[in-house]
Design a protein around this ligand. Structure first.
Ligand code: FEO
Ligand code: CA
Ligand code: CA
Ligand code: CA
Length: 603
């Protein structure tokens, strides 16, 4: 990319030091603004936020809780002078009831109903702030016609080969074609055709089973593989579809990749069954040599897999209505694959090897003996188990780098690596305690504590190729620990990094990483890492988030001038409550509010 003034990818900056401050801290010479907070009005007529007078009706019009994925899409405007608007698309992954509600004010049912309404997604028009790289939300909501709050009662279309399957039908939806709501939307991606993909991740936790009832015997194995146990969050008191005894199929309607077109505020978002059902972290698209769309995906569970989808049809260029209509069908038909990685031995001093994508099914044919296409798509984990893929350490974001054509996956951690899951060349242990204990029995505290970043190189640079080579570009942790690896870069010159979760790229191809659950004891944050040239592996911390928060997003936008970060669950530490918060960030009240921030060059 062409360097511009304020280019965060080209800037030299001094690393932010690990800290425990209750603040967003950027590198010296940079600043940040809060763009939107939990409770801020999203649609016209939304009531002013008051934590002591919350309601489901209000929440469905306000910015939801626990912002996660952040997408920014330039808004094409008909009128002059409006080019500077963009659409901010954000996931609201889950709720922290202890931090959201004062004690003794709301009944359990009210808490459940308000928490339900705080899940989903928001689309918010934003405009440039006064300082280059800064953005603010549009507050005259009557003129923000794209603003939209997708919540627990928003109708979604089920699409693709599994739509209409008997296992997706419920009392309220006998056709198995329309689902209300989306749950636990974690990461995501923006497609080349201007839609947003969002992953339904830990959807298993929302279904209750009354004590007197049993789980449906037809689904024992599948429920178990997905962690659906019936110990839910009491939502069945608000809506009986969350009662597993009454509606055993409702969980099958979650765990999908959602596609939403933020340019079409009246269009129902779609659940794409062709991309399989698992704990989807997110999905990110690359375009193959022949023009087909390739989606990379991770299943965030200890010992679960990396997946890829290759569309049957090609991406149509341009932004005509016809091209957009066509491109919005691409994720309905194609082939779904799971990854197997083989190491070439660690004698060469590098964690690397080869890999293959194993086809599970296409839109008309299953390649897993004994399973139909719908079986493979609805119970993707069970299908994958039969073809011996590589059990990974909680695959989070898996994202193609548009500059070098390689794919980067964050494998965040795995407390059971080395015990329940054998370590292998692609899944090493990152705990120095384990290293010190070689020859001694592995303990529960062992495993992959700090995570790693996997780099995949598709054969011939073609995202549709069925083979690839791989290497661990980063083995995270304390640079002073022997097992860590920073792409070969001088370990005395890098920032400590732990539990990589979301990734992004700037126009130079630098990798940006946000972390979740820093096992080294300081706050989470965002890091910049060049992936090629003499600086490859030079991890530099750019920003830290407040106490108890996870850094999500991140997204580099606006010619590299803006870094958007979702500050999720500030104050989420053991024992913290609304009355005794561990954080009060962003300090607009006396309790924490998850918010999206934008960081930029200060001048
Ligand atoms: Fe919601 Fe895998 O993080
Ligand atoms: Ca090797
Ligand atoms: Ca995540
Ligand atoms: Ca990402």
């Amino acid at each position: 990319g062409r360097p511009v003034s304020g280019d965060l990818g080209a800037a030299d900056f001094t690393a932010v030091r690990p800290n425990r401050r209750d603040a967003v801290v950027t590198a010296p010479g940079f600043d940040h603004d809060v763009v939107i907070r939990w409770g801020d009005a999203v649609v016209a007529g939304a009531p002013a936020f008051d934590p002591h007078r919350q309601s489901p009706e209000a929440a469905k019009q306000q910015f939801g809780y626990n912002c996660d994925y952040v997408g920014v899409l330039p808004l094409r405007a008909a009128r002059r002078g409006r080019e500077d608007r963009s659409l901010l698309v954000v996931n609201h992954e889950y709720t922290d009831e202890a931090l959201m509600f004062p004690a003794g004010v709301y009944s359990d049912t009210e808490v459940a109903a308000i928490a339900m309404a705080n899940h989903g997604m928001s689309v918010v028009e934003i405009r440039r702030g006064l300082r280059p790289g800064s953005w603010r939300r549009v507050t005259s909501l009557g003129k923000a016609r794209h603003n939209r709050r997708v919540h627990i009662d928003t109708p979604f279309t089920l699409d693709g080969p599994a739509a209409g399957d008997e296992r997706l039908r419920t009392t309220a939806d006998p056709s198995g074609a329309t689902v209300l709501g989306t749950l636990n939307n974690c990461a995501g991606g923006t497609t080349p055709w201007g839609t947003v993909l969002s992953g339904e991740e830990n959807f298993n936790q929302y279904f209750d089973l009354p004590e007197s009832e049993q789980l449906d015997e037809r689904y024992t194995e599948a429920y178990a593989r997905y962690g659906i146990t019936g110990s839910g969050r009491g939502w069945s008191a608000v809506d009986p579809r969350f009662d597993l005894a009454a509606e055993p199929h409702e969980p099958h309607r979650f765990g999908w990749v959602v596609e939403l077109d933020p340019h079409e505020p009246d269009e129902a978002p779609v659940k794409r069954t062709m991309l399989g059902r698992f704990k989807h972290e997110g999905a990110n698209i690359a375009v193959a040599r022949d023009g087909r769309a390739v989606a990379y995906m991770g299943d965030d569970e200890r010992g679960d897999y990396l997946y890829r989808f290759v569309s049957r049809d090609r991406v149509r260029r341009g932004s005509s209505a016809r091209a957009r209509r066509h491109n919005k069908t691409l994720l309905s038909a194609g082939t779904l694959y799971v990854a197997r990685l083989v190491g070439d031995g660690t004698e060469d001093g590098v964690h690397d090897g080869t890999g293959e994508w194993i086809a599970l099914c296409d839109d008309t044919e299953s390649f897993v003996p004994g399973m139909s296409v719908a079986d493979v798509l609805i119970w993707t984990r069970l299908a994958a188990d039969r073809v011996a893929p590589t059990r990974m350490d909680r695959p989070e974001d898996v994202q193609p780098n548009p500059v070098n054509g390689k794919v980067y996956a964050a494998l965040t951690n795995n407390s059971q690596r080395g015990s329940r899951f054998e370590a292998d060349e692609a899944n090493p242990l990152t705990s120095s305690m384990v290293r010190a204990a070689i020859g001694a029995p592995l303990t529960q505290a062992s495993g992959n504590r700090n995570g790693y970043v996997l780099e995949l190189s598709p054969a011939r640079g073609d995202h549709a190729a069925t083979t690839f080579t791989w290497d661990l570009m980063l083995v995270c942790g304390d640079p002073e620990a022997a097992e860590t690896y920073f792409g070969g870069y001088d370990k005395t010159q890098v920032s400590p990094i732990s539990c990589p979760d979301n990734v992004a790229f700037d126009d130079h191809g630098n990798l940006w990483i946000s972390t979740d659950g820093n096992a080294l004891g300081s706050n989470d944050g965002v890091f910049r890492v060049p992936v090629s040239g003499p600086e490859r592996g030079r991890v530099t911390q750019f920003l830290t988030v407040p106490r108890g928060a996870e850094a999500c997003g991140p997204l580099i936008a606006d010619d590299n001038r803006s870094l958007f970060v979702a500050v999720q669950h500030p104050g989420e530490v053991d024992g913290a409550t609304f009355e005794v918060p561990a954080s009060t960030w962003p300090h607009s009240d006396d309790f924490p509010r998850p918010s999206v921030v934008v960081a930029f060059r200060d001048r």
